[in-house]
Design a protein around this ligand. Sequence first.
Ligand SMILES: [Zn+2]
Length: 348
Amino acid sequence: MERILAVVLLLLLTVFVFAESNSVDNMVSLTTIISETSADLSWSSYRSMGELSLNGKSILFKPGIPFLLLNYTEKSENFKIERGTNGDVFFSKDAASLISSFFTLSASEKSSLRIKAIIIDPGHGGRDSGAIGQYLSDGEKVKLMEKDIVLSVGLEVASLLRSSYHDKSIILTRSTDDFITLEQRTVIANGIDLEENESIIFVSIHANASLNSKANGFEVWYLPPDYRRKLLDDSVIESEPEDVIPILNTMLEEEITVESILLAQSIQKGLKGIVGDKIADRGLKEESWFVVRNTKMPAVLVELGFITNQEEAEILDDPAYLKKISEGIYNGVSGFINHFEVQYAPGE
Ligand SMILES: [Zn+2]
């Protein structure tokens, strides 16, 4: 009896393994797709959902759901997408080829993607000092204000950008110790006319404060745009079977500005590369800051460090350190530009 049971179990197992390997036969793994397209993957294990992004384009997918969502707006369906036993995701061949052609830029896309302007926004100013900190130097209290630190960094980043990018407008929301409102900053950012494939980068610069004097490190916030890309028009929603609607809504919630995240990652990398040995990296955060919520562009907010932390206040008061930080931000912005403005190779 035991023997029979063992045989039956073995048979079941064989059938199961065979069926499993069969089901991913003729399918292309996510790992393969990533290595062929070099798209970036972000995976939400909470939602069991993934997003591939490249060149400012995005594809959302969810194993078990037969469609791909392109740039948050366009749904392409009747695909097979499933989770393999090894944890990898498998796509039917037609899905895989759609993904790679979607990420391949057409000639006109290649030549026209362009950053038109870079807006550097030093926070606060004038009567608004921003956060205030202090540190002890030879027994003397040295006081410092966020508005001054972020202005020096902003001016330096702008000057680095100006010397490298003659074809772009480099705009500072303030270059003096003057008070400007959030609305004014937003108006500056939104007042630039853009052609279809032009974009603006918006980088707001701040220094952090905390009641906890030990809080330390820099962080980069990426910001969702004020405009929500319309996922599906009503006619599409009406024709959708009911059970798909919650999934579409989840995807909508998942909506993010790919570009903002890429820009934030790039700046984080730039800062880490230059000042990573001096200051902790608190990572990327997402927030709807007013100043950038109202701008139609990839926008990030950099917190340089904690002015309320003695040690960090001291380095933030060092002009040489501020130059380094500025270089880190500059490297991040220019890394993003290189990624965004895909150029033709000569002779191509
Ligand atoms: Zn601030």
